[in-house]
Design a protein around this ligand. Sequence first.
Ligand code: CDP
Length: 221
Amino acid sequence: MKKVVIAIDGPAAAGKSTVSKAVAKKLGYTYIDTGAMYRAFTEYCLRKGVDCQNEGACVALIPEVEITLYPDGKVMCSGKDVTREIREPRVSGNVSYIASYKDIRLAMVDLQRKMAEKVSVVMDGRDIGTYVLPNADVKIFQIASVEERAKRRYLENQEKGIPCTYEEIVADVEKRDRIDSSRAFAPLKPAEDSIELDTSKLTIEESVQAVLDIIKEKVGI
Ligand code: CDP
């Protein structure tokens, strides 16, 4: 079977992980949530009491950070199950600082490329099509309006029992998009050969189908 690589990038809370997970399941590919890795690194900094805006102190933790993503969505970081913590507002509020540090990105990208070496993958993030896997067979840039994205994340947090207000989510999404798009190294931006998918008016099922249709057209599966 041909090894296929699908890259799905886009701004915060655009529904990338929900869609990527469903597409991967449908095709029997491995789903890789790169955002969970930056989130896990952030949780580790907070766990150690390190200021996430202090680049040197955060980078110094790289040798101690060991991140493992499990097929069922579990995320382990240096001996601790952080699956739930990494979705909390204190992590969301700091992750874009961590993700802007080049040395940390290089360490994460190294892991991500290794994970995609031997198997077909759907990898979602911000720089997958532009930097991590520039030769991906299919590149999708998934967007939605800020209001729609904030609404989705708010409902997702409600379901998970993570306390927050809608206004806080709007502020978080806007702040992360601003930092993620303006960082110097591997910023959030569509790859030149990516296909934009606006899911503002699509249901989850319609978004998944739209991605499957693009994949079918590009790689014939
Ligand atoms: O799910 P959501 O869109 O809220 O975010 P995520 O995919 O979990 O990513 C969390 C944060 O990690 C982003 O806001 C970025 O700062 C960073 N990130 C990144 O810089 N590069 C990636 N490939 C993935 C995430």
